[in-house]
Design a protein around this ligand. Structure first.
Ligand SMILES: [Zn+2]
Length: 153
């Protein structure tokens, strides 16, 4: 009996992991490399993008919520998405609207690319970073380990 109970626990734990895997795996794996005292300070979990296709437009319903969590410039993130899909769009309160039908999966992938490029520390993978200026170069500085790397904004 005890054994049966245990195996059920394992299966349900696995299922939960699988459901989150695509979007979260990148950040989850990043956390594994960080010593626990650092990673437990700030658990970082982006809200999944809520995407709605309306006619020939794609609505990113919680655009503001996602960018607020990232603590980056809204316009920069918005422009990044426009460039990525070679489209035009408009901000509309908490939402953003893009011309064309963009599959939600591709928007998720774009967010992950943005995180990798402009947020994640390349040394320790922590998301606690900010930009600093050094002459004409912009650097991404990590608050967890102190590492810097140049970024192009
Ligand atoms: Zn770091």
């Amino acid at each position: 009996m005890a054994q049966n109970f245990q195996s059920i626990q394992v299966i349900s734990a696995k299922r939960k992991d699988m459901a989150d895997f695509d979007y979260e795996s990148l950040l989850e794996r990043a956390r594994e490399k960080i010593p626990t005292d650092i990673s437990s300070k700030r658990r970082w979990r982006l809200p999944p993008p809520q995407i709605l296709i309306e006619g020939n437009n794609t609505i990113f319903r919680n655009f503001k919520e996602v960018i607020d969590m990232m603590e980056r410039d809204e316009d920069h993130f918005f422009q990044y998405i426009l460039n990525e899909f070679g489209t035009s769009g408009a901000r509309d309160g908490p939402r953003a609207r893009f011309k064309g039908r963009i599959p939600p999966k591709r928007i998720k992938k774009t967010i992950i690319n943005y995180v990798n490029t402009y947020i994640k520390c390349s040394q320790c993978s922590a998301p606690d970073t900010h930009f600093i200026k050094e002459g004409r170069t912009t650097l991404l500085k990590c608050q967890a380990c102190g590492a810097t790397r140049p970024v192009r904004l």
